[in-house]
Design a protein around this ligand. Structure first.
Ligand code: PMP
Length: 991
């Protein structure tokens, strides 16, 4: 897409695009909207024939004072080119032909001797008729152009006449990021944001302006409708408007066309912005040509069009503009009018409230959610996702809580369509005239909201407005149709030449109510098959308010007061110097006080307001875990390789276990305690049912981590001391296992190595290419290579060779096929708990009767003693039981498998769509669902990304030292809100 836009931009610089073309064929019979004034009275035909060709005008038709006028609309551009064929007929005496473009004349003069033979049947003179191909260029950037063709010829049209044919107007477009421009430089125009538009349509009204001393009406002048004009606005008229809510900006541009009508005698027209005169134009008696107004033939009763552009330093969100004149007579003698009024603001950079210019580093004040650093706005708020909708590529199958009104009944219901390859809410033949969309959201306590969305304008809009409201206040709004940057034709009516515009909203507002209503509305006048709109990728984020506990020095919440918003080691740290006598505790929070600093000694707990406390304690506040996805309980998200985070509810339960007033603490249990055995049995039973483990397998808990099993497995499983064993070498951890096995066994066969394809992507070769010995005592592989982020999609089963699998990093993330597995092992600190417990699920017949295995490594001993070969650390196993319980409550292992796929896909999609900002080095089919690895351009970019994450409380995203880059580990307890937050940061970093 980017490439395409750049290509268009380059073409745009060199190519003229035709905007209007008429009267090209030899014969035509329509005027195509051209308005003709003062044609010679002798004839009624405007189109005549000359030398076999039709022309507009011609002999006996266009003579003195004849004019031809037309207004056309042109997409964003900065240069126009006019081509027309002009027919000069009869004898001209130094008369001038003029083409006025918004009042600016292009002129051509003919003397006596210019001309050729008779073409149109008029004079016999040998200098009579001539055909000229006229071509001229003009700098121009308003979305409309008024063209007036006229002459100064004084003779009657049977002697001196003119006509034209083959007219063409072409333009050079603005750079694709700009809706208005003065040249081809993107940097000089992309910041212009259209803020207002008036008098652009045919049905011209007051349109929100204030008019004193005049009639608020439109007037048609030679086919063109202006506001004001003849008999409406003249002496003493004051036309003004105040625009509010202008985006933060450093300057404004005002553009409009002014029409001077009838006889002005050195009188002036004034423009004021915020009470300061910014423009003064004087008009002479001789100015203009007669197009409309008073029916007077006296000289001076002419009309003049002036295209006005004013660029002015300005930064206030409110701007008042006024138009007045020094006229003295009634509007039937001298008058004026306006049309095509536009207000643009040179927008400050994103999240900047005040700026001195539009460059990246010219901000002087940021929004409250951002801090100013070297002229830039850096985000300081925490953002949490409340709602993320319509992000899938295809059509959306879930429309939660949105209501649609007045959408096209002939279109789909619900109104979901596609634009190009992507699904849209609304869109072509769905949302046109009157269609509205609404959703009401409920929010936790917060102080700001941020809304992002991608909005599509489809087909031909005509300066109408699309607006998003938040709680009935305008939140985002855009005029569409004539100052649209960056368009492409991807959906909608494929017959029209109208293109789509894709806009991204990303705005923050202060907001604290618990409910928020989002509405989309438009002023569109057309049905959804002519012009439409839609949206996708809707994201509502909020910045949660940290709730605080309030403490007071007197009972009944009186006296001095202070707030505790975080855990504090001592009251001194919270700057509380008084004894606490009463406490206000928001719902869901708890405060625990300790006698001694460092959370030690006697403790007291309160969960509700306390009117009177008769006790002196060191107090700190503690959060209670209510649910996993509550951001309040995740101060930081860690995507570490392991140990990783625990479910918050597990942490909360654990916290309660340490101090048991009536018994032993969990930390004090020994194998002689009943509870100790209960915990171990629970863990084994839970595991068996979670993983559906057949009865012939034994579940053993041991110590020493997966690394101990790297050594113990060859010791226990080799059939004889000289047997061969097979190992895969598909990543960092399988190679570690292989290395350990080699210390013990002379005969280690490498079944396969990791391979790389022509793009440098790592992959595991197909089973056919592996090298296995039928006599091998076993084949060892690592099902998920934690460091590389590569995961097996199959179990490498070879005839009767037993299969031994290290599942440390993807344990319990999917169901297992026990018909192919003989030994599965994993440590706990990734998916199921904390470091300290390691487990294996093994078929007992696999173990061979070696005599000389040291006791702590000996599987036979582990069996015999049912894991209790030494004092097995029961606390980590207790944590395992809590996590097992948590896993089971969330869903089956099929659910977890799908969930892991979906979560990892969310990040891989960002990586794949990042245009190389992030690169994953694993073949697509074998990418891990758990460990997502990627590299960035270089170390500087990598560190920048890591720092950005850190600043947003996302930690440990650095890749393993063996391969560098970054790694995101999505172990089971990692909450979705953390992944969503990381996704946002990855996208922000990309942009
Ligand atoms: N196997 C795999 C797949 C691993 O990811 C790791 C550690 N990250 C290990 C083994 C080593 O585990 P331990 O620290 O428990 O020895």
């Amino acid at each position: 897409m980017k490439l395409l836009l750049i290509a268009l931009l380059v073409l745009g610089n060199t190519q003229w695009i035709t905007s209007y073309e008429a009267f090209q064929t030899e014969e035509f019979d329509s005027l195509d909207g051209w308005v003709i004034q003062n044609q010679f009275e002798a004839t009624t035909d405007i189109i005549t024939k000359c030398s076999g060709k039709n022309i507009i005008g011609g002999l006996k038709t266009f003579g003195t004072k004849s004019t031809a006028t037309k207004l056309i609309k042109v997409p964003p551009h900065y240069k126009l080119k006019f081509n027309l064929q002009l027919w000069k007929i009869g004898e001209w005496e130094n008369d001038v032909f003029s083409a006025y473009v918004d009042g600016v004349p292009w002129e051509m003069k003919w003397g006596f001797t210019e001309g050729g033979i008779r073409l149109c049947g008029g004079s016999e003179s040998k200098n009579s008729d001539k055909v000229f191909d006229v071509e001229f260029e003009i700098l121009h950037n308003s979305p409309t152009v008024t063209t007036v063709l006229a002459t100064t010829a004084q003779g009657k049209a049977d002697v001196q006449a003119w006509g034209f044919r083959q007219i063409k107007i072409s333009f050079i477009p603005c750079p694709s990021d700009c809706g208005i421009c003065h040249n081809d430089k993107v940097q000089e125009c992309k910041y212009w944001n259209q803020e207002a538009l008036s008098w652009f349509h045919v049905d011209t009204k007051l349109e929100g302006w204030k008019l004193e001393n005049g009639k608020p009406k439109g007037f048609e002048c030679s086919g063109i409708v202006i506001f004001g004009g003849y008999e409406n606005i003249g002496a003493k008229a004051l036309l003004s408007n105040t625009f509010t809510n202008i985006v933060p900006h450093s300057k404004v541009m005002v553009k409009f066309t002014f029409w001077k009508i009838d006889l002005w005698d050195n009188e002036e027209f004034y423009v004021k912005i915020d009470d300061k005169q910014v423009q003064k134009l004087a008009f002479q008696k001789t100015d203009g040509i007669d197009l409309c107004g008073a029916k007077q033939t006296n000289p001076g009763y002419g009309e003049k069009i002036v295209s006005i552009e004013i660029i002015q330093k300005h930064s206030s969100p409110t701007l008042t503009i006024s138009f007045t004149t020094s006229l003295k007579n009634d509007p039937d003698e001298q008058s004026w009018g306006v049309r095509d009024f536009f207000l643009f603001a040179a927008q400050c950079t994103k999240f900047c409230d005040e700026c001195v210019g539009t460059a990246e580093n010219e901000c002087t004040k940021c929004q409250p959610t951002h801090t100013l650093q070297d002229g830039k706005c850096i985000n300081k708020n925490e953002w949490y996702i409340l709602s993320k909708e319509f992000f899938t590529d295809d059509q959306f199958n879930k429309i939660d809580g949105w209501t649609f009104q007045d959408f096209d009944p002939a279109g789909p219901n619900p109104p979901i369509t596609k634009c190009g390859d992507l699904g849209l809410v609304g869109g072509y033949q769905a949302f046109g005239k009157k269609a509205t969309v609404q959703k009401v959201f409920k929010l936790p306590k917060h102080d700001f909201v941020r809304i992002k969305a991608t909005v599509y304008k489809i087909d031909q809009w005509d300066g109408e407005e699309l607006t998003m409201f938040v709680d009935n206040q305008e939140f985002w709004s855009q005029f569409l149709g004539w100052n649209d940057p960056g368009q492409s034709d991807i959906c909608g009516n494929q017959n029209g030449s109208w293109k789509e515009r894709i806009m991204t909203i990303d705005k923050i507002i202060a907001h604290s109510q618990s409910e928020l209503t989002v509405d989309f509305k438009s002023t569109l006048q057309k049905t959804a098959d002519e012009a439409s709109w839609g949206f996708r990728e809707f994201l509502l984020l909020y910045s949660p308010l940290k709730e605080c506990i309030e403490v007071f020095s007197e009972c009944n919440y009186k006296g001095q007061s202070s707030k505790i918003c975080d855990n504090v080691e001592s009251l001194k740290d919270a700057q509380i110097e008084f004894d606490i006598k009463s406490i206000k505790i928001p719902e869901g929070l708890k405060i625990t006080g300790f006698k001694n600093p460092g959370f030690k000694g006697d403790r007291v707990e309160y969960e509700t307001n306390q009117e009177l406390i008769d006790r002196k304690s060191e107090i700190y506040k503690q959060m209670i875990d209510q649910y996993e996805n509550n951001p309040t309980f995740w101060n930081k998200f860690s995507f570490a390789g392991g140990p990783t985070q625990l479910p918050r509810s597990v942490l909360h339960k654990l916290e309660k276990q340490f101090i048991q007033p009536n018994g032993k603490s969990i930390l004090e249990l020994s194998k002689y305690d009943h509870e100790y055995h209960q915990i171990l049995d629970q863990a084994i039973n839970d595991l068996q049912s979670l993983l559906d483990i057949p009865n012939q397998y034994k579940i053993i808990f041991c110590q020493g981590g997966a690394s101990l099993l790297f050594e113990a497995i060859p010791m226990n499983l080799m059939k004889t001391q000289h047997s061969s064993i097979s190992y895969t070498n598909t990543g960092y951890w399988s190679s570690k296992a292989l290395e350990e096995a080699q210390k013990f066994c002379q005969n280690v066969n490498i079944a396969t190595n990791i391979a790389q394809d022509e793009f440098g992507k790592r992959f595991i070769p197909e089973l056919e290419q592996w090298n296995i010995n039928k006599e091998d005592s076993y084949l060892h592989y690592c099902d998920n290579e934690t460091v590389e982020g590569l995961e097996y999609q199959f179990i490498p089963k070879f005839s009767s060779v037993p299969i031994v699998t290290d599942m440390s990093s993807n344990f319990l993330t999917k169901p297992l096929d026990w018909s192919k597995l003989d030994l599965v092992y994993a440590h706990a600190q990734k998916n199921i708990g904390i470091a300290g417990s390691t487990l294996m699920i093994i078929k007992p017949e696999l173990i061979n009767n070696h005599q000389n295995i040291p006791y702590m490594w000996d599987f036979k001993e582990m069996f015999k003693k049912q894991s209790l070969i030494s004092n097995l650390p029961i606390f980590p196993i207790y944590v395992n039981t809590l996590v097992f319980d948590w896993i089971r409550k969330q869903g089956t292992l099929d659910f977890w498998d799908q969930y892991c796929k979906k979560r990892s896909q969310q990040l891989y999609k960002i990586i794949d769509n990042s245009h190389g900002v992030y690169i994953n080095q694993v073949k697509k089919e074998q990418r891990s669902r758990i460990n997502i690895t990627f590299t960035l351009k270089d170390e500087i970019e990598t560190n920048k990304f890591i720092d950005l994450c850190k600043n947003n409380n996302i930690i440990e995203v650095k890749g393993h030292r063996a391969i560098g880059g970054c790694r995101i580990c999505l172990y089971l307890p990692i909450p979705q809100i953390g992944i969503d937050k990381l996704s946002l940061i990855m996208e922000d970093f990309m942009n």
